[in-house]
Design a protein around this ligand. Structure first.
Ligand SMILES: *Cc1c(COP(=O)(O)O)cnc(C)c1O
Length: 352
């Protein structure tokens, strides 16, 4: 029915990540919605999400009628906290959604155990994690569905786009029908089998993404080297804490170079971001904790006050006010550019 670029890209992207199947879709938010629907999330169910993430993680769950339950993150890795996740599981929980923050894999061992004990599924929000690995395993080999984004800022991009990886052929077939108006691949007589929508990727984007997949490994290698240098330089500045690692997360594609300035006010943090931007460095303030947005409370929020959620999520609150991130292209720049970047941070820290 379609062309050949999307089919080829799906095969190559699945193969690259060790999954059996991939579906290329319109964007990363739709990838999450599609995956959540296949996993049975919807009205009457809950989806556990990290409180510190881009809003799509929770919005996808809310959009399909589920309740998004934010839990706290680790103060060093900024990834979902396994203990907080365990405490948030209820009989209504259907999915746990770790976000591999900036490319650093969440603790998949602990989360897998929690999920299998509770009989719930894991959906990896892998919007930052193209090519990431956990104890040598690729994202698609970790026994759960994973959703990716190819939005303009991401590690692979066609302006917009997304993908979902599957190990289970039944999950894949369900998702295929849903993303293509309920229509089986071979149908020629309009036998639409289930209610669905059109989330299909276009041929042009797939062609661009196929070319980018070929460059990804080289770029990851360079970013890993550069992050080792930048994180060392930042760690030498008093009061600056680069995002921590986890030896088990043994391949990190580094979607963002993140660091915290613990104890800083949001205003002081924002001044540093401005200063970096003025020097031509693509720097940004960290995500706002999802429960600190108006959008979060419009639909599908837990029956808790914002203060009660904030009390459960002190790390997410602190990180959103004291965290800075640099665009991944800074980690493809020269070593000198990184030395210059760290010097600006040091200067601003010294200025008090
Ligand atoms: C970018 C992003 C998404 C959504 O992707 P889009 O393609 O922009 O819809 C989802 N989750 C996280 C963590 C993201 O950073």
């Amino acid at each position: 029915m379609g062309g050949s670029e999307v089919d080829s890209f799906e095969r190559e992207f699945a193969g690259y990540h060790g999954a059996h199947h991939a579906l290329a879709v319109t964007n990363g938010t739709h990838a999450l919605e599609l995956a959540l629907q296949v996993l049975g999330a919807g009205p009457g169910t809950e989806v556990i999400v990290p409180a510190f993430t881009f809003i799509s993680s929770s919005q996808a769950a809310q959009r399909i009628g589920a309740v998004a339950v934010p839990v706290d993150v680790d103060p060093e890795t900024y990834n979902i906290d396994a203990t907080a996740t365990a405490e948030a599981i209820t009989p209504r929980t259907r999915v746990i959604m770790p976000v591999h923050m900036a490319g650093l894999m969440a603790d998949m061992d602990a989360l897998d155990k929690l999920a299998s004990d509770a009989g719930v599924r894991i959906l990896q929000d892998a919007a930052h994690a193209h090519g990431a690995r956990w104890r040598g395993k690729r994202v698609g080999e970790l026994g759960s569905i994973a959703a990716f984004s190819f939005q303009n800022g991401k590690l692979m991009t066609a302006g917009e786009g997304g993908a979902v990886l599957f190990l289970d052929p039944d999950d894949y077939e369900k998702a295929f029908l849903h993303h293509s108006c309920g229509r089986p691949r071979t149908d020629r007589n309009y036998h639409h089998q289930v209610a669905g929508t059109n989330m299909r990727m276009n041929e042009f984007s797939a062609a661009v993404l196929r070319a980018q997949l070929g460059r990804l490994d080289g770029q990851i290698e360079l970013r890993e080297q550069r992050w080792r240098l930048l994180s060392q330089l930042l760690a030498q500045i008093p009061g600056v804490r680069p995002q921590g690692g986890d030896a088990r997360a043994d391949r990190n594609p580094h979607y963002m170079a993140m660091f915290r300035l613990p104890g800083w006010s949001e205003e002081r943090r924002n001044l540093l971001v401005d200063r970096l931007v003025d020097a031509g460095i693509p720097a940004f303030a960290g995500f706002r904790a999802i429960y600190r947005t108006a959008a979060f409370w419009e639909t599908g929020a837990p029956e808790e006050s914002v203060d009660a959620v904030a009390k459960r999520c002190p790390n997410a609150d602190a990180i959103s006010q004291d965290c800075v991130w640099l665009h991944h292209r800074t980690l493809l720049a020269s070593e000198q550019a990184l030395t210059d970047t760290a010097a600006i941070v040091a200067d601003q820290v010294a200025a008090g």
